[in-house]
Write a protein that binds this ligand. Structure first.
Ligand code: NAD
Length: 244
């Protein structure tokens, strides 16, 4: 008997990287898992796949309703879809601020709003938001991205307070630098991607990037009844980056 037997989970951004590793881990541990993604074409059974854009409320509501119908309910929401942004406040214009905030912050709100009525019906309801060490670390060249993740952190605490008496736990994970297609895309823009990767690894206290599977493990803990008394927390998965 696993901690996920019988649990029904929805993972946004589950077609790639951290979301994909999380969806696969939850399914391997016995959960029924639906993925919601802009492009779910690469998602295979036993995962269920639903196309939605988290910036489009109608698309979110339709996909969540379809996922809930196919799963037969919902216990766990992994609010993970997100995009990056680089630069100082002088580098991103208003349109870019609105675009990234819309995906990383309001996107999570839209999915939560669509999922909460079903989560209230669950005896093991949990939401896990993918935040970042950027929420609190003060990273250079990440003003917009950090602001979105600061908002995700505050949102996690506020939602934990709002929904604890309904039996819904809300936590977040704060990954460091995780080896996902996202980081691969960033490195590929460097003049020498291999040298840039080596430099990035050298900046990690562990000498290596965090793996998507390691973040998935932390998400799975916060999503499972194993963490049944934990709500309103941020779990760092950063290979010791925090506090450096
Ligand atoms: P990724 O690019 O590999 O995967 C992101 C997924 O989200 C993709 O499948 C993409 O299609 C989906 N997505 C993007 N915009 C969407 C939208 N509008 N609607 C629906 N789906 C959408 O990225 P990743 O590295 O796995 O990142 C996942 C989450 O982890 C993000 O919230 C990111 O901020 C966070 N994070 C990543 C790192 C890292 O180093 N990779 C570190 C800290 C936090």
């Amino acid at each position: 008997m696993s901690d996920f037997d019988g649990l029904k989970a929805l993972v946004t951004g589950g077609a790639s990287g951290i979301g994909r590793a999380t969806a696969e881990l939850l399914a391997a541990r016995g959960a029924q898992v639906a993925v919601l993604d802009l492009d779910p074409s690469s998602v295979d059974k036993p995962l269920l796949a639903f196309r939605a854009d988290v910036t489009d409320d109608t698309s979110v509501r339709e996909a969540v309703a379809a996922a809930v119908a196919d799963l037969g309910g919902l216990d766990v929401l992994i609010n993970n879809a997100g995009i990056g942004a680089q630069g100082t406040v002088e580098d991103n214009d208003d349109a870019e601020w609105h675009r990234v905030m819309d995906v990383n912050v309001v996107g999570m709100v839209r999915v939560a709003r669509a999922a909460l009525p079903q989560l209230r019906e669950s005896a093991h309801a949990a939401i896990v938001n993918t935040c970042s060490i950027a929420a609190t670390a003060g990273l250079p060249q990440r003003a917009l991205y950090s602001a979105t993740k600061g908002a995700v952190y505050s949102l996690t605490l506020a939602m934990a307070a709002d929904h604890v008496r309904e039996g819904i736990r809300v936590n977040c994970v704060n990954p460091g630098t995780v080896d996902t297609p996202w980081v691969g895309r960033l490195l590929s823009k460097a003049p020498d991607p291999a040298a840039e990767r080596a430099a990035l690894q050298a900046r990690q206290p562990t000498g290596r990037l965090v793996s998507a599977a390691e973040v998935a493990g932390a998400v799975a803990y916060l999503a499972s009844p194993l963490s049944g008394a934990t709500t309103g927390t941020a779990l760092a998965v950063d290979g010791g980056m925090q506090g450096l």
